[in-house]
Design a protein around this ligand. Structure first.
Ligand code: MG
Length: 251
């Protein structure tokens, strides 16, 4: 089953996918263009992996880490499918990052790798935009790079775990204005999903709707206001996002 959260006339609804459309809990059916998409779950604690694909680490002139390199995101940064992300006009290095997002389904503490998938609700797609102009180094807080308002689109669907045979065997792809710019494969992650759940739950409790963004493969390109960016993962969905300049915002 594919699940979504959408807003219609100011009210928030849960929906499921039926033949490519959204079916609300009250039975009404909408096409995807007639709703405002929200993140498919209300994010709890969101863990974000840095440099979790060796080819991407190399692209940024780093070695792949020996232990997971993880930071957190706050709720302000998330945005639904078809939303507009705000790009600082002054920036020169804004990059997309297509990532498999793992949504936790039940409380997890001291979970072993072999049991890790029991704690997963499902999967969605995230675009972990970075404004690398503001990066100092990977060992300093990176709020201005990674936690800006609207710069983490996520969705459209939460796909139930049962519907994804092997999340470590999926193709990832990003297109900018219809041109494919990034391609990768989740089998190339440095630290796998079971490893990450064991690692994180060994020192903190994971809760339902916590999310792990598992990193991005190589293929970064700069993006600009006016661009349409689609991040896509095989079997999970296509997440569309538009970029606008902060100069276009009415304040
Ligand atoms: Mg990332």
């Amino acid at each position: 089953m594919k699940r979504a959260r959408v807003a219609i006339d100011g009210a928030i609804h849960e929906a499921v996918e039926v033949e490519g459309k959204l079916k609300l809990e009250d039975g009404r059916i909408f096409t995807e263009d007639h709703v405002t998409w929200l993140p498919p779950v209300e994010p709890g604690t969101v863990f974000v992996l840095g440099l979790n694909y060796a080819d991407h680490a190399k692209e940024l002139s780093f070695n792949a880490p020996k232990e997971p390199l993880v930071f957190l995101k706050g709720p302000n940064t998330f945005l639904g499918h078809n939303g507009s992300s705000v790009r600082p006009e002054e920036a020169t290095n804004m990059h997309y990052e297509c990532e498999l997002a793992v949504v936790i389904g039940k409380q997890a503490k001291n979970v072993k790798k072999e049991d890790a998938y029991d704690y997963v609700a499902g999967y969605t797609v995230a675009n972990d935009y970075a404004i690398r102009d503001y990066l100092e180094n990977y060992y300093r807080p990176n709020l201005k790079v990674k936690n800006r308002d609207t710069l983490t689109p996520i969705g459209p669907w939460l796909v139930d775990k049962e519907d994804i045979k092997d999340p470590m065997n999926l193709k990832l792809k990003t297109s900018v204005n219809g041109k494919v710019t990034q391609q990768g494969h989740t089998s190339d992650m440095v630290f796998s999903i079971p490893y990450l759940i064991e690692y994180l739950s060994s020192f903190m409790t994971l809760n339902p709707n916590d999310i792990i963004l598992t990193g991005t493969p190589e293929g970064l390109e700069k993006v600009n206001a006016g661009d349409e960016v689609i991040t896509e993962i095989e079997g999970i969905g296509q997440l569309r996002n538009y970029i606008i300049s902060d100069k276009e915002l009415v304040t």
